[in-house]
Design a binder for this molecule. Sequence first.
Ligand SMILES: [Zn+2]
Length: 191
Amino acid sequence: MSNLDTSNAPGGHADQDKAADAANLIALNKVVSFHYKLAEVAPDGSHGDWMEESSGGEPLFYLHGFHNVVVGLERALEGKAVGKSIEITLKPEEAYGPRQPDSVQRVPIKHLQLQQGVTKLKPGMMAAVKTDRGVRSVVVSKVGKFNADVDFNHPLAGRTLYYEIEVVGIRDASAEEIAHGHVHGPGGHHH
Ligand SMILES: [Zn+2]
């Protein structure tokens, strides 16, 4: 018996372990979970307070290669292993895209779904509106008597973003997940 054969894993032979390691890097059709912190980068290159972070809560799950996450993140995560930490700055084109100035539209207030507990609409609030392409999140920019101006840009559009990422899990996607283009089960879609 070889002294390389640690036999920790059931049926684990050295060459199989090596193949499993090589297979367990982030690539097309892998379900990846990661923790992240996100901050906006100022024009002088400094980044402010964390705007979002998953640390301490559930990691984010996504299906690699299906643009479930912004393109710059997907590119940075390609080929990485569990435990890998990444710090990366993404320009708007690699993240949520540039802001489109013509994405502000006037809609009847009665068509807006307010967040739970909110009774009075104010500028800066998030709301949801039904469109022919599904329910979209919008930021309210102006409130009138019957109508409101809402911004269809993603709230992070036009911003340079700084991410700290830690890869916490990688597994093969199921055929169904690949067919749907998203993750099922914990951290994913339930349907
Ligand atoms: Zn699905």
